[in-house]
Unconditional design. Structure first.
Length: 590
């Protein structure tokens, strides 16, 4: 391919000079009109170009060798004149708002070693003529809007060490030709639209330490050749359709592994015991696959383990007492921060050893299993928990009062169990709590007035219980977005403080024993989209303020004792899709 030269005609035949570089840089500046940090202020004739901000020159010839303009939020496009900077070896334009296409003229730069255009708005295809840049070590296009295929020609860049095209709109497959680039150390194809098999040739790259293809549409067996790359530190292939089994000796052949992410695929077979030999392992994602058997009980040998996720393997475990034995071994993992084993087939009771887990543990998911028995007191030792999900199990007994001591809790999910007794008022001590979900248990008593102290509470669901009494005025946090008190035996009137729920979009108190009128203040809930008051004993007129709810989509006020005239202005709520006023004593125009 013949590439156009953008030098003035009078100098095109001459050897490139320092003046050639100056002109090219000024042309580059012209095409970047948005310069919020005034980076280009120094780019003028009163200052030597080697002193311009972001410009590096070689000592001998004073020619431009580097352009470092990262994270300046520059807006514009990349001038093709950049191809005239013939000594350029380093380019970093990452973290800006550059748009347009990647200039083909970059292939003029036969000395180019490092090209980072990540985190911009670049579109079009990846130029195939980078083969004219034989010195290239780094090609980083992460986080743009690139389309088309990966050029197979990139397989001839014999010195390439890093290729990152993640988070774009690329299609096609992974070129097998990349398997010829023996110098490659990192490959990232994640978050694109790639399809097909992962080429076995990629597994021949014996210097590879990172391979990523997360969230694409890759299918077929994950190549066994990868398991022999002893340099590998990170395999991230989650969210595809890959299948196969993990080799029994994976922890021996990949002993340097730090991160194994194969979640959301179709891997099957047992979880290899040898993983405990990968002693540097920090992140282990095995969720949503088809693994069977038991979780190895010697994972406690992974002293650097920070995250373990084995959730959503429906046949992992055997609904037996030994299913949770692996938890005891994790006592040795003092750096563990995230532990997830939801949606499996784990049975038995929760061992008291769970309280010996790392004090750094912040996230604990165990929902949707067959775990039974009472909630052990030992959990109170996990003082740094921010998320605790024990939902959809067979837990019995009461909600421990010590939960109120877990001051960092932001999400507590206990729904779908057989818990009974009162809701502890100590939960009101959880000032960071944003999500409290207790629905579908056998809870009794009243709603604690202390809930009003949970100033961060946005979701409160205590439906499908046996709660009684009135709703305390002080129990409604003004930050609530979703409130569900349905299917209980609550009584009394709705407090006027309902009007303080300025941001609430979902309000359900159906199937209770509420009486009295709807507070006029409900008209202050301008974000309300779903309103369910059916199957109560509400009475009186419908407040005209209902017509103020301009975002209301669904409203069910049926099976109450409302009377009077239906407010005409309700017909002005243009987004209303469903309104049920049946089985009341309302009248209106025919």
């Amino acid at each position: 391919m013949t590439l156009l030269c953008f030098q003035p005609a009078a100098t095109a035949a001459a050897s490139p000079t320092n003046e050639t570089d100056r002109v090219a840089l000024l042309k580059f500046k012209e095409m970047i009109p948005n310069d919020p940090f005034n980076i280009f202020t120094s780019w003028n004739d009163s200052i030597h170009l080697c002193n311009w901000q972001g410009v590096t020159c070689g000592r001998k010839h004073q020619r431009v060798t580097g352009l470092e303009l990262s994270a300046y939020t520059l807006g514009g496009s990349i001038s093709p004149y950049i191809g005239n900077l013939s000594f350029l070896s380093f380019v970093d334009f990452s973290g800006n708002f550059l748009h347009g296409e990647i200039p083909q003229q970059l292939a003029h730069l036969f000395r180019l070693k490092h090209l980072n255009l990540s985190s911009n708005l670049l579109a079009g295809e990846i130029p195939s003529n980078f083969t004219n840049c034989p010195q290239l070590r780094v090609l980083d296009f992460l986080g743009n809007n690139l389309t088309g295929n990966i050029p197979i020609e990139l397989g001839s860049l014999k010195r390439l060490e890093l290729l990152d095209v993640s988070t774009n709109h690329l299609t096609g497959g992974i070129p097998p030709s990349l398997g010829n680039v023996s110098s490659l150390q990192a490959l990232d194809f994640s978050l694109n639209y790639f399809v097909g098999n992962i080429p076995d040739e990629i597994g021949h790259l014996q210097s590879l330490f990172y391979f990523g293809v997360v969230e694409n549409d890759m299918f077929g067996t994950f190549p066994y050749s990868f398991y022999n790359i002893s340099t590998l530190k990170s395999i991230e292939v989650g969210s595809n359709r890959l299948n196969g089994t993990l080799p029994a000796n994976i922890g021996l052949t990949l002993s340097n592994l730090l991160n194994l992410n194969i979640g959301y695929n179709e891997f099957s077979g047992p979880i290899p015991v040898s993983l405990s030999n990968a002693s540097q392992l920090e992140f282990l994602y095995l969720s949503e696959n088809n693994f069977v058997g038991q979780v190895p009980t010697d994972l406690g040998n992974l002293l650097h383990l920070s995250l373990l996720d084995v959730g959503e393997n429906l046949n992992l475990g055997s609904n037996s007492a030994k299913d949770l034995d692996f938890l005891t071994s994790l006592e040795n993992c003092t750096k563990l921060e995230v532990l997830a084993f939801s949606l499996n087939n784990f049975g038995g009771s929760l061992p008291h050893s769970i309280g010996n887990l790392s004090k750094q543990l912040s996230t604990l998911y165990m929902g949707a299993n067959q775990i039974f028995g009472t909630i052990p007191k030992a959990l109170e030792n996990l003082i740094n928990l921010s998320i605790l999900d024990m939902s959809e199990n067979l837990f019995t007994g009461t909600i421990p009062t010590y939960f109120g001591k877990l001051q960092k809790l932001q999400e507590l999910s206990l729904y779908g169990n057989i818990l009974s007794g009162d809701i502890p008022s100590s939960l009101g001590n959880l000032t960071r709590l944003g999500d409290l979900n207790l629905y579908q248990n056998k809870l009794e008593g009243s709603i604690p007035s202390s809930f009003g102290n949970c100033k961060s509470l946005q979701l409160l669901n205590i439906s499908k219980n046996n709660l009684s009494g009135a709703v305390p005025e002080t129990s409604l946090s003004s930050q609530l977005l979703r409130l569900d008190l349905s299917q209980n035996s609550l009584t009394g009137i709705l407090p006027m403080e309902v009007g303080n729920l300025k941001n609430i979009y979902y309000f359900d108190v159906s199937e209770n024993n509420f009486l009295g009128e709807i507070p006029e203040t409900i008209g202050n809930c301008l974000s309300l989209q779903n309103l369910y008051l059916q199957d109560n004993s509400f009475e009186g007129n419908l407040p005209p303020s209902l017509a103020s709810l301009k975002n209301l989509h669904y409203a069910n006020l049926s099976r109450n004792n409302f009377s009077g005239i239906i407010p005409k202005d309700l017909q002005k709520v243009s987004v209303l899709l469903y309104l049920n006023l049946s089985f009341n004593n309302l009248v209106g125009e025919n």
